[in-house]
Design a protein around this ligand. Sequence first.
Ligand code: AP5
Ligand code: ZN
Length: 210
Amino acid sequence: MRIILLGPQGAGKGTQASRLSERTGAKHIATGDIVRAEIKSGSDLGKKVREYNDRGDLVPDEIIVEMFKPHLEGTSDWVLDGFPRNEAQARALDEALVELGIELDGVVALEASDEELVERLSGRRQSEATGRTYHIQHDPPPEDPGEDPGPFVQRKDDTEEAIRNRLRIYHEQTEPLKGYYAERGLLSTVDATQAIEAVTRDVLAAVGEK
Ligand code: AP5
Ligand code: ZN
């Protein structure tokens, strides 16, 4: 399976990609996770991308494409979460796929209203131990430390100001990619306001897997 999950901040790209990866064995490639790992490493690159991340701005295309590309190598099944986010990145992905001699199976757009998204992001918690994402109400962190020891913390960019900025950028730059992929017959849309499991089922159905 080679798919892109498109969707605004909080739609559940990360939540769904990790479930799809567990079920199908496809690699979950999340550029946001790649950016956060680089920041955590304290490298010069991490210092450079930190300011973009914390403000909720996109990391410049040349930088993110270079960070992303190596993750495509060595595996032919993946779920992309958070890449591409604008037309320049979509073109860079097209070129990378041609070089690798592979094709996309589909693009699934997860759809939800901005109000719903803000509620989800404010309740989101991420495990420092496993990187897994939870929600204080909809998907609470496990109480058994053997399953995930945590601690469960809020992301730096889950402030109201950064959330608003990320949603604005989504509508301006990322949403138009639906047209880009629809023209090639690759786009499906899924109602992301359903329960987590129902969304997973619809995504699998959209890409022709069970
Ligand atoms: P990234 O980490 O990708 O953040 P994002 O796009 O803002 O998306 P989120 O992770 O906030 O949302 P999500 O859709 O994954 O939702 P989640 O599953 O967590 O990127 C971070 C930053 O990195 C960017 O701002 C940028 O700086 C940089 N970056 C990354 N990619 C880049 C690129 N290509 N170009 C340039 N810069 C880039 O779910 C949200 C919450 O809702 C969770 O708490 C979850 O438990 C809950 N939830 C999920 N589904 C449901 C449901 N069905 N019902 C109820 N609750 C649910
Ligand atoms: Zn995410």
